[in-house]
Design a protein around this ligand. Sequence first.
Ligand code: MIC
Ligand code: SF4
Length: 642
Amino acid sequence: MGLSLTNKILKAHLVKGELKPGEEIAIKIDRTLTQDATGTMAYLQFEAIGVPSVRTDLSVSFIDHNTLQTGFENADDHKFLQTVAAKYGIYYSKAGNGICHQVNLERFGVPGKTLLGSDSHTPTAGGVGMIAIGAGGLDVAVAMGGGAFYMTAPKVVLVKLSGKLSEWVSAKDVILELLKRLTVKGGVGKIFEYGGEGVKTLTVPERAVITNMGAELGATTSIFPSDEKTLEFLKAEGRTPDYTPLAADSDAAYDEVIEIDLSSLEPLAAKPHMPDQVAKVSELKDIKVDQVAIGSCTNSSYVDLMTVASVLKGKKVHPDVSLVISPGSKQVYEMIAKNGALADLIASGARILESTCGPCIGMGQAPRSGAVSLRTFNRNFEGRSGTKDAKIYLVSVQTAAASALTGYITDPRTMGKAPDIKMPEKFDIDDSMILPPSTNPDEVEVYRGPNIKPLPIQQKLPESLTGKVLLKVGDNITTDHIMPAGSKILPLRSNIPAISKYVFESVDASFSERALKEKGGFVIGGENYGQGSSREHAALAPMYLGVKAVIAKSFARIHFANLINFGILPLTFENPSDYDKIGQGDELYAPNILKELGEHKPVTFINKTKNNEEYKFKYNLTDRQVKIIKEGGLLNETKNSN
Ligand code: MIC
Ligand code: SF4
């Protein structure tokens, strides 16, 4: 049996373990990516590791999340990131140059390489044939220091595409179809590899829409082969030498196969409040729309914005709709400005924002109370837009543009002939906003503003644990629930004592105060706990508040790793019905936790509130991970083993 493309790349980068699904493996990381909201912590951790310069082929620090600058915090962080980059051999993409994943695809994506990014949508680069994985900042810091990345060897799923997308149907509808079939936890432990005849019909930016939102399946990553379309894209980006053709062996073995006939798809939308609540746009047609937001790392490429401009040209946005647009990169922005499409967008009544994440992460443009907002983004978790009761639908640019004109959710197929926009043969290239590292690193002094606070340190795991159940939650809790973002909270990412006040704010605003008062405790969760973003603050801030273990039905991949990295035990129920027996406020006691972990036995918890009822909790941890937990996290473990 031959190899899948995924396993070919993983095999070429394997430094430890065996490529058997479920086994722990370690891979060499060629490149890293950070963004400003996770980057400050990642670089503080990198500094703590203490190597003089990054040991990757290439590391890039992007500024794209925290650009609202309503106070000194963001600007201070940017200066910190710029000086750290200059000192340690890292390229620095300035604020305004674009969203990390879009710029990375345009300027840095190289088939066959591995990329680790401190952002969950790092898999976007799978559109150009990379194995690109999202991780917590600490894992990225370790990779920058030359360390391998530990992960569970994934199952490889072949998504076999046939046919061709119809008019007005787009790549966004392909990934929404998969989300409909598989749900937000359907991809956990898997890599989605695209193949089949249909692949040839998709350009790299279209492929990147699909790999980007593979993150919403909970997948480790997604990848397309590197073929003539990849060459076309790299050539248009002036990077022909970066091209290598890459494909799976013709007799490659896969753990699962899913078939999608592109010709059979129609416009789809994810309804509030989860990306897998997918319905046909044609069935949502009487819903009135208050806001339309176009952009994000999913849908902000040149062809996407040209499509929107072409639909809006000569027409006006509906009087009851606020249309906001953020181009994905300076390259896209400049090109639509030069060719007049930007003027068409402005003339139609669109509000044009800068090239950043913006409304996607609640940095401005929060909709009105109870609003319906159509977004071309990738996540519609409750409250993420900045308005708790807003109803967010995730759609394609075609559906967004059509609806902006009519004021109702509109199937774009009712709009007549679809625009026929081609990817340009040559993109405009100007890398002047990507600053190379200093040639005199010793002379660079790292700037640290008052918002940069030292890293909190976790204690070693004691022999026994005791504490209250601080919170009990249900299924699919996202890291946006655990550690919200938005314009008020995001600027505090480099200040853990300050940001920890907002942990679980939208679920239970008294959480942080109670946790501090009780000197920590436990959290009980349902299925897929910690899905969504890679933000390690969803582990770091609870750690600061004294959370010792999270006991859930199952965990999402990145959050699971982040909990371990910060010394919080991720436990699962040996007997699933115990979930119902434990209540919020119950006092739990784990008398022998250290010993049981050492012996790889399930851990025993006693519920003092419920007549000393006894529970057994499991943990799917390797020896390496148990050691990290015992030491109180990866940084302690790394320091102690040096
Ligand atoms: C997101 O889309 O939620 C973010 C903001 O990009 C996060 C990273 C972060 O929280 O800083 C992600 O997806 O990893
Ligand atoms: Fe930025 Fe949104 Fe993409 Fe996250 S999902 S990187 S916030 S654009």
